[in-house]
Design a protein around this ligand. Structure first.
Ligand code: COA
Length: 170
């Protein structure tokens, strides 16, 4: 499932990242975004593949994209290049948030903007619990989640689970 026109993300707008690149956020266009997203994930280094996700190459990457492209999602663009994606996987009554940024764009504020966008998307879809699952040594993701109101709800096998409630948009 991609966004269906009912998600008002217009307030997010384009922005300049920490390296003064003009980055634009747009709801994922589904299959039309497949090629740029495959190119994005193809450039990830091993350190950016949290627990083997996203898969490094076809056909596993294709199968993973088949699933991800059905989720509510926002993509960050620099020109015609997809440089990041956040998506909300259905998880019980709520969602699990995952966010991936092109390594060349790390620590420039794009992840933070995408998490903002995902929380707005969750609110537009009625709110509820949003969770994050990440490795305990993933300092950037932990800092990002904690800065966006998530709290740690559990740890196991080197993984940390965080969650927050999102109120429904009015
Ligand atoms: C985790 C990730 C999404 C962060 O995205 P990002 O665009 O680099 O994050 P931002 O630039 O918006 O930074 C947000 C905050 O994260 C923290 N952060 C980002 N990079 C960091 C780094 N290298 N070291 C420590 N903290 C870092 C900071 O607290 C930062 O806030 P600040 O700018 O006020 O210091 C990105 O590193 C990534 O794609 N990692 C690989 C994939 C992954 O692990 N995804 C998580 C799966 S759920």
């Amino acid at each position: 499932m991609t966004t269906d026109g009912g998600d008002d993300l217009s307030a997010l707008g384009p922005f300049r990242d920490a390296a003064d690149r003009r980055v634009e956020l747009r709801p994922c266009a589904g299959p039309d975004d497949r090629a740029p997203l495959a190119a994005l994930y193809g450039c990830f280094d091993a350190a950016s593949r949290a627990g083997g996700v996203p898969p490094a190459a076809p056909p596993a990457l294709d199968r993973w994209l088949d699933v991800v492209l059905r989720f509510p999602s926002v993509v960050a663009w620099h020109g015609t290049d997809a440089v990041g994606q956040v998506f909300l996987a259905p998880d019980g009554d709520g969602h699990e948030l995952s966010v991936f940024i092109d390594p060349a764009y790390h620590h420039a504020g794009v992840g933070g903007r995408l998490v903002d966008a995902a929380l707005a998307l969750a609110a537009a879809r009625g709110g509820g619990r949003v969770g994050v699952l990440t490795r305990g040594d993933n300092r950037p993701m932990l800092a990002l989640a904690l800065a966006h109101g998530f709290v740690v709800t559990g740890t196991a096998d080197g993984q940390v689970e965080l969650a927050r409630d999102v109120p429904a948009a009015e």
